[in-house]
Design a protein around this ligand. Sequence first.
Ligand code: SAH
Ligand code: F3S
Length: 447
Amino acid sequence: MVKKIYLRTFGCQMNEYDSDKMTDVLYAAEGYVMTDKPEDADLILFNTCSVREKAQEKVFHDLGRVRHLKDANPGLLIGVGGCVASQEGEAIIRRAPFVDVVFGPQTLHRLPQLLAARRSSGKPQVDISFPEIEKFDHLPAPRNTGPSAFVSIMEGCSKYCSFCVVPYTRGEEVSRPLADVLTEIAGLAATGIREVTLLGQNVNAYRDEASGTTQVCDFALLLEYVADIPGIGRIRYTTSHPREFTPRLIEVHARIEKLAEHVHLPVQSGSDRVLAAMKRGYTSLEYKSIVRRLREARPGISVTTDIIVGFPGETAADFEATLRLMDDVGFDASYSFLYSPRPGTPAAALTDDTPHPEKLERLYRLQEKQDSMELVHSQRLIGTIQTVLVEAPSAKDPRELAGRTSSNRTVNFPGDPASIGTFEKVRIQEVRKHTLRGEPAATGTPA
Ligand code: SAH
Ligand code: F3S
């Protein structure tokens, strides 16, 4: 009988990526396939996130809900991976003794061995170590879905922003060797992948010192190499950090046409006082200067960001500075979060005297502002012709296709499914809630 996995993923794109790798590893090792019904599963995995909210509690709640399935299926195994696993380790087993394996973001490739050890020893297995970058040497080739793929180029984070758990849960920054990254992308291109998203908590911290050339390979140079790979028509990356957004990196946006017209550059706050308390390592002026130079290099580039509202000690004036920064920059989109104290981070020890309702009020004002700015940005696109990578039939209307513009906007338009996997010109005609609608530019109504 084919064994089935039920897998739930929480959190960021790195976790989505890691979840894909877990299923690849388990398919290659034991032929596991996916199921969306926990009651049909032989293995239930939670890939957890601890970056915000009461994530720990949520995991135990979710675990509690699947526990009874072991009564009906004694062979069922339950595993916890991701950042909560990394932070809690053995404590997960102590609190939920029915859990069979606990593994971290850097040990997911060992899942088959952990499961085997669990079966043979009868004891729960915990492995949340950080064995550098070995996991990539143990991952099978990805199974191809659609024309776009994620490629991890570095793992972890060494920035230690005062509010963030990532450096503790995913470890310090480690880059994959250049040759490995390029080989993987060339392989993907050969299977029909047209767009790659280079993935990392801080992609622009990428460094390969032993790249075989006389030069240290930094992120800007990596982009040049990736752009030379035949078949790859578009390159994205996420997430970059303002601190290592070098002049060289800005400059490649002018030269490499394949680079998408979009950067996600988290700013977190517009107040220099708050930025310093967050240990972000830049001022709002420095941030604005990066965006200005980036737009000079690549006119029309879309800039999106992350903002934290209600950091400990954030005053009304600090918050106003954030709103001003939003006006100054004109973000195409922003993801805003209420500050959430994370156990073990320096900011969790700071006094926080802003009342919760006031924080909510700030978040609401910020999101209102962003929504109206976004509408203006979208409406500017009406009548323009965009190059869309056609990805799949539209989820809402199977007679239409869905794809993304260079600036990462989803567009629906009528077309031939045979064009999936190709770049098409689409004239934008309508702005919908989170998407755009258009017509193929060649046959569409003339401007
Ligand atoms: N380098 C990563 C950061 C991961 S965390 C990236 O940019 O994707 C993603 C976002 O979550 C951060 O940019 C920040 O805005 C938010 N975040 C992180 N820790 C937080 C906390 N303790 N409270 C609220 N938001 C937080
Ligand atoms: Fe977190 Fe700051 Fe790194 S937000 S992921 S510590 S850059």
